[in-house]
Design a protein around this ligand. Structure first.
Ligand SMILES: *Cc1c(COP(=O)(O)O)cnc(C)c1O
Length: 356
């Protein structure tokens, strides 16, 4: 039904770059596939999407997204199964979150089924760009930005929606060290922390840089009011196993990004009969448990990094070391389960994969 109503103009490249890719050594996010999908919004409606050769876009210097930040994005991955099918992982959740981000940023909605269909189309066109190597994927980046050429603060009347894809390798090649941040704030209540909007990431760079200088790969953000509660990491939600229970900060406050990976870890752990608690977690609770050796696992959960084991946690000048990664039962089990599911090598009992 959708396929009939969505009319996509297709202009294929005459110069594929696929032969120039070093498939054995793919960095994250630096190699781009041959095509992109572009769709413009004006006069209150979306025009027809067009798939065209990937390349630069020209912008008016007053393009309002650059000045005032109406810009939202998504991130998802496509994988190829052993028998050549292409799978997306829970794309409808990205479609929903994209719509919610757009609403918060006063940007026009894209119907969720249309969003998913457009993702499928661009992945389909460049399906040969999906890497075959284990742990590698085709990263899909849908985004929208405001395009009015007007210097005045108001929500734009025109927007551009784009999807491009990148064959990617692993995001973190080894377990990460994180610092619990007590001064800087990622998001505060009533703000835009729940939206996947550009400014959240721009604002995080300076505190992250300071953390890097101290030897940390990432920060663990705390709440903006008291810096007392654990929130999440820069591009990942954060999860711990304490006293055998899987715990993660609840999404009740609007300061935490609602991660698809985190939700999936929670759901599969519950399915396996593991006790899961989504609730407020104080820094003090985690530090006390670390001191008493009751934290058996800690990891980030996000599409780019999938399950990223945390090796060390820094807090107030102390460094707390977690148990060796090979001893971590829950995160190792979840990590291989999700990897296997995404390439179709185990049965999709949760119905999470969508074929392209
Ligand atoms: C994208 C993102 C996540 C992870 O979400 P997934 O849907 O699992 O990829 C977590 N936190 C932040 C701030 C993010 O931008």
């Amino acid at each position: 039904m959708l396929n009939e109503t969505l009319s996509i103009k297709i202009n294929k490249t005459q110069n594929s770059k696929i032969e120039s890719v070093d498939w054995e050594n793919l960095p994250f996010g630096k190699v781009f596939s041959d095509h992109m999908l572009v769709m413009d919004y004006k006069e209150g409606a979306w025009g027809n999407p067009e798939i065209k050769p990937f390349g630069p876009m020209s912008l008016h210097p007053a393009t309002s997204a650059i000045h005032y930040g109406q810009s939202v994005f998504e991130g998802m991955k496509a994988n190829r199964t052993g028998d050549g099918k292409v799978l997306l992982f829970r794309p409808e959740m990205n479609a929903k979150r994209f719509a919610e981000s757009c609403e918060r940023m006063c940007m026009p909605a894209i119907a969720e089924d249309v969003f998913t269909e457009l993702v499928k189309r661009i992945v389909d066109i460049d399906r040969n760009w999906i890497p075959n190597k284990e742990g590698y994927s085709l990263y899909v980046r849908p985004f929208m930005f405001a395009t009015d050429d007007f210097i005045g603060i108001k929500s734009s009347d025109t927007y551009t929606f784009v999807i491009f894809t990148c064959p990617v390798g692993v995001y973190y090649s080894s377990p990460i060290n994180v610092k619990i941040e007590e001064f800087y704030t990622r998001a505060s209540q009533g703000g835009v922390g729940r939206a996947k909007t550009a400014g959240n990431y721009g604002a995080s760079l300076y505190p992250a840089k300071k953390g890097n200088e101290e030897g940390f790969h990432q920060l663990i953000w705390t709440d903006g009011i008291e810096h007392k509660y654990i929130e999440e990491s820069g591009t990942m939600n954060v999860m711990f196993v304490v006293d055998g229970k899987l715990i993660t900060p609840s999404e009740d406050s609007d300061t935490i990004l609602k991660g698809v990976t985190k939700r999936s870890v929670v759901e599969i752990a519950q399915h396996w009969g593991i006790t899961v608690e989504e609730r407020k977690i104080t820094v003090d609770e985690i530090i006390t448990a670390l001191k008493e050796d009751r934290v058996s696992e800690a990891f980030g959960a996000g599409t780019a990094a999938t399950i990223a084991p945390i090796a060390k946690i820094g807090f107030r000048g102390e460094l707390y070391e977690l148990p060796a990664v090979k001893t971590r039962e829950i995160s190792n089990k979840v990590s291989s389960y999700l990897s296997d599911l995404k390439v179709g090598s185990i049965e999709d009992e949760m119905n999470w994969c969508v074929a392209v």
